[in-house]
Structures are given as structure tokens and as C-alpha cells.
Design a protein around this ligand. Sequence first.
Ligand code: MN
Length: 415
Amino acid sequence: MASWVPVAKDSDFTIYNLPFGVFQNKRLSPRVGMAIGDKIVDLSVLYEEGFFSELSQLPHDIFLRDALNDFIGLGKPVTRKVREIVQNLLKEENDQLREHTCRGKAMVNRNEAQMMLPVKVGDYTDFYSSMEHATNVGTMFRDPNNALLPNWKHLPVGYHGRASSIIPSGVPIYRPKGQFKDPNKEQPEFGPSRRLDFELEMAFITGGPTKMGDSIPTEDAEDYIFGMVLFNDWSARDIQAWEYVPLGPFLGKSFASSISPWVVTLEALEPFRQAGPKQDPEVLPYLQCKKDHAFDIQLEVYIQPDGLKASKVCTSNFKYMYWNIAQQLAHHTVNGCNINVGDMMASGTISGPTEDSYGSMLELAWKGTKPVKLEEGGERKFIEDGDTVIMKGYAEKEGIRVGFGEVASKVLPAK
Ligand code: MN
């Protein structure tokens, strides 16, 4: 498949991808678009021109809203059809849009657009599903011989996070302040975090809603998953370490989480589906899967000190996840907890088996004992003021490339 829209060889936004996002620019109010190459297709223009006329259930202003929630809520048969129609219109051999008078209006320059949060996030959940990450953290903080707690291989461990502070790529964050306690001191202290960290994660965005009391089985879970984004789950390790007993993460996590603005659909990720790691011991029946739910998505993290060159500090892959997205959603709802359109469920830090594939500074610099060297700007144990953390993700196979773009956020000094 090729498009009449120029797409660079290394572009994440090929005709195979066509992710959904919400954008605005100097002239245009917030609206829904799809990315291809350096362009955004303004779906509201295509609607106006009647390209979606076969979808009579589409409300007339569905693409002129400032979030994808209502669109996602129409259900997968509708959202999938919209993507198919646009994909057809963009094919090299199709001149319907290419030769149409609306073409100039429908194709917006991506570099002039401001990307917004793609969904209004009602609830945010963070899992802890990478065995390598959980093992590393357990080794550092508890016992190398019993790094995984007894429940870990029996259920996808998670916690309810904070939705209000989820922000799109490009929005800077302030270094959080809070309480922490030096093990060599008697009393806790208060101040800006000294151990600010990123967590390399991916998150899925749900469709729905479901009713209270209902559960989603693993085989239906993907019907409720619209798509995925890159997710930086900012973490203040010193605040986290002092506060987390006994109820888990709180202020060490809730100050910010950054996401990539383009939602890549599960349809686009289909070519990269594969088996996940073998689960041993066997999981309970409600967590067993009939098909593969892992995806081969290459992930990278860069640190860019203010005004200097960016250094790659991590190369990982989404396929390493021990617990997959279907199991996470099945587990989340097995107690009858309802979900809504636009809920965001993050994977947990995605660490791989090698030292350069760890998805946080905590692990890369091994609790501050092995500082990470940067190409410019010295070395890092944790993230410093002025640093920009950039996460990228893409899948590539047999000439098909589907990517997420990036989530990049700069750290400003504490307010
Ligand atoms: Mn996390």
C-alpha cells in the first residue's frame, strides 16, 4: 500500500497506521484528525464533503469535538469503518480526495498544529506487568532471592492513579515537592524531589461503557480497547519510597503523567501481534487467553539536557510484558468494576532483560550506584531540572512501519 501523500521512509505515520488525535492551530478550533506523513487529515472536512455518508450514525459534529470520547463510544464497527474510508481515500490510486476541491482544506500541516490530549481521561490505572522491572525493583529494595512477591505471577498487580494530571507531549512538568526520609536521619524532610524519574510505559484507551457487576473476559477484551499511546509515568522515587506503605503509590506519582498525542489503533498494530512470554505457573482460568495479545513494539528513551544533544539511554520492547492487555482488562473488571470510554490503563514500566533495556533511571543507574553517561551534559542518576525526556515507539515488519511519534516533556524547577 502506498499513498499519494508523501511519507518519508522512517515516518511513523504511514498509510498502514493512521492514528487518531485531537489538534488545533491558529485558524482552526479543536478537532479530530488522522496523521499521515507530515500532514493531518481534518476529518471534519471529510464529513462536510460527504465522504462518510454511508455512516448515518455519525453525529454531524462528531469530529469537531475536543476529545475522541464520543467518537470512540460509537463502537469499533464505526471507528474501524472511518479508518478504512480514510485509508482508501489516501491510497495512491484513489483520486477522490487527491483531486477534490476540498483537498487543501482537508490536509493540515502537522508542524503547524498543536496536539491536545486525545481523550478526556475519566480514570487512570497503572499496572506493574513487566517481570524484569518488578524483579529489578524487588532486588534493589527487598531481597534478590525473593524479588517477586508471592502474588506477582498470579495476577496483574496494579493501582488506581490520578487522571487530572495526565498531559500531552510538549507540556513541561514542575519538579514535585514532598516528604522523603533519608535512612540515616531520624526525621523526614520536605522539599523538591531529589530522585525524579521517568517510567517507560504504554497505555491503552478503553471503549465501553460496561455496567457495574459485569466482567470482560480475555477473549472480548480487545473489543473494548480502542488503541494505545506512549506513556511516561513520572515518578519521584524519594517521595514514593517513604509514602507507599501500606497503600501503595500516591504523591510520588500523581503530580504528572505524559502521553503521546496520537492514538494508534489495535487494527494498525495487528501485523505486529505475537505470543507473549510463557506464563509459569499456569494462571487462573479467567486470565487464560485463546489468542496472542503481545505486540512487537520497539521503544526508546532519550534524555536531552537543556540546549544540548539528546542521548539514548534505553532501548526496550512492549513484547517483554509478562501480563498482556487482555489479561489486564479482564482482571480489572473481574470484580464487577465498570469501565468508561476514555479510561487509560498503563502497562507499568517496560524493562527488558538487558541492562540497556531498563525502563527507568532507578534501574538504569541501579539506585544511583551506576550513573548513566550522556553524550553531552555529563551523567545522570536521576532527571535534572532542564532535562527533556523523550520516548519513542514504533513497530516495523516486512516494509510496514507503524509508529507512535513521541512523548517529550521538559522538567522545570519546582514552583
Ligand atoms: Mn508506573
